[in-house]
Design a protein around this ligand. Structure first.
Ligand code: ZN
Length: 128
């Protein structure tokens, strides 16, 4: 595997593991909204009240609660099992924009799926 591919996979492992650790630290459970005053209870019993957060902020937190984070991390790990560190074909656009549905990727290459997963975790072109 090339340094670029290793860097990308190391970045993803670190980013996913950090999110999993943070989600587990909060109990890994869904956030329960207990009333419309947006009093919320996180898995470990942390309370936020409506005076601190706007209801849109609370709604956003609920959609990104520890259980949701763990689901996303698990799904991304499954995608990485399919697309990282192995020979496979994957749809990719060439420099002209043509979509080749059967582009071959070697063990050392990062296919578009891996790069897009990494982007979701904050990987930028400058890190390549
Ligand atoms: Zn792929």
């Amino acid at each position: 595997m090339t340094a670029q591919g290793e860097d990308l996979l190391a970045f993803l492992e670190s980013a996913i593991s950090l999110r999993e650790q943070r989600a587990h630290a909060l109990g890994g459970q869904s956030i329960t909204v207990t009333d419309h005053g947006w009093t919320t209870q996180l898995g470990g019993g942390i309370h936020l009240d409506g005076g601190v957060l706007h209801e849109d902020e609370v709604a956003h937190i609920v959609l990104n609660d520890p259980a949701a984070v763990l689901r996303r991390c698990a799904a991304d790990r499954k995608l990485l099992e399919l697309h990282a560190g192995s020979m496979h074909s994957c749809p990719a656009k060439d420099e002209t924009g043509y979509l080749d549905e059967w582009t071959q990727f070697d063990y050392a290459e990062s296919c578009p799926v891996v790069r897009l997963i990494a982007e979701g975790y904050g990987w930028t072109e400058g890190e390549r």
